[in-house]
Design a protein around this ligand. Structure first.
Ligand code: TYM
Length: 330
């Protein structure tokens, strides 16, 4: 079986963008692959975090993964800082990554602009840690949203460079990105030319997957669309395209069916229907989450076991890497 690896940051509650762009696919992939999923708390500290909030958010992010349908019996689900090989391989690969390559990462440039008071070295080398995450598990496929594509390209470059220099060591991974009509980039509800992001200052711009049903419906009712009145998927109709993508993802209806369903009915009806469908789709997630958070011992047993398995798999790669680069065995 091929290996899948992916990760998500524990900074605040997962959004509908994280869910439709990535996590929903992670759940489906469990049936056919060896899946390894990680809460990347080491990545999260590239932006200043309140320690208490980070601890809580990490546990909640883990619970949310299980609540969405990641099954700890089928997949390995763990917390990044529990597996020390991530930091170890990060260092080795930092020495195989060029300053110029990292300088070209658009996410770094965006975040440096957003947090000018804290452009730390970790923010700059963030992609190297992500490369290490993936290569440690010899992953073949990495399911992510489109915003991670450049980091995946870097991963392939660094892996190939290392293999060239030291002999075959790493599997070269492929990105697994849905197409735009299937959630590769879910857009902001307040500005549909921008990505939906949980760090948006406007809480109406994003849906958190734990938002209450009435809040979800309200946010969709306020979603920015256009001045026409036709529900159809067409270039230039960013707001409606986004709502159609979301509606299609949660109901399974294709665009032709959606166009038929709402033909001649105006945007108000459509927005309400999307809001209700999303609220309904997320209802079991919210219920599972509440149940899981009430059983901390169970969560702990899951993430401990996940870390043990991840440690074991990644240690094999780490041993191989140390040998290849000429580190004297201990
Ligand atoms: P993060 O935590 O920002 O997002 C987690 C996943 O959600 C996707 N995503 C979206 N997809 C569609 N529409 C959106 N609006 C949207 N917003 C977020 C992201 O593409 C991602 O797949 N660097 C990564 C975490 C990471 C990682 C890894 C991923 C660390 N190591 C190794 C894969 C493999 C990140 O910050 O994701």
């Amino acid at each position: 079986k091929k290996v899948i690896f992916s990760g998500i940051q524990p900074t605040g509650v997962m959004t509908l963008g994280n869910y439709l762009g990535a996590v929903k696919n992670w759940v489906q992939l469990q049936e056919d692959y060896n899946c390894i999923y990680c809460i990347v708390n080491m990545h999260a500290i590239t932006v200043r975090q309140d320690p208490k909030a980070l601890r809580q958010n990490t546990l909640e992010a883990y619970a949310l993964l299980l609540a969405c349908g990641i099954d700890p019996e089928k997949s390995i689900a763990f917390i990044q800082s529990h597996v020390t090989t991530h930091a170890e391989l990060n260092w080795v690969l930092a020495c195989s990554t060029q300053f110029g390559e990292l300088s070209r990462m658009t996410q770094f440039k965006d975040k440096a602009k957003r947090y000018p008071e804290n452009v730390n070295a970790g923010l700059f080398t963030y992609p190297v840690l992500m490369v290490a995450d993936i290569l440690l598990y010899q992953a073949h496929l990495v399911p992510v949203g489109i915003d991670q594509k450049q980091h995946l390209e870097l991963t392939r470059d660094v892996a190939a460079r290392f293999n060239n220099a030291y002999g075959n060591t790493f599997v070269i991974p492929e990105p697994y990105i849905p197409d735009q009509a299937h959630g590769a980039k879910i857009m902001s509800l307040a500005d549909p030319t921008k990505k939906m992001s949980k760090s948006d200052d406007n809480a109406n711009a994003f849906i958190s997957i734990l938002d209450k049903p009435e809040v979800i419906v309200k946010k969709f009712k306020r979603a920015v669309t256009d001045s026409e009145a036709e529900v159809c998927y067409r270039e230039g109709k960013d707001g409606i395209n986004n709502l159609m993508t979301i509606y299609s993802a949660v109901t399974g209806a294709d665009f032709a069916a959606i166009e038929r369903e709402f033909s001649g009915r105006g945007y108000g009806d459509f927005k309400t229907a999307v809001g209700e469908a999303v609220a309904e789709h997320l209802r079991p997630v919210r219920e599972n989450f509440d149940r899981l958070m009430a059983d901390k011992a169970y969560l702990e047993s899951c993430y401990k076991r996940g870390a043990e398995m991840a440690e074991c798999i990644s240690r094999r790669t780490m041993d191989k890497v140390y040998k290849k680069i000429g580190f004297l065995p201990k």
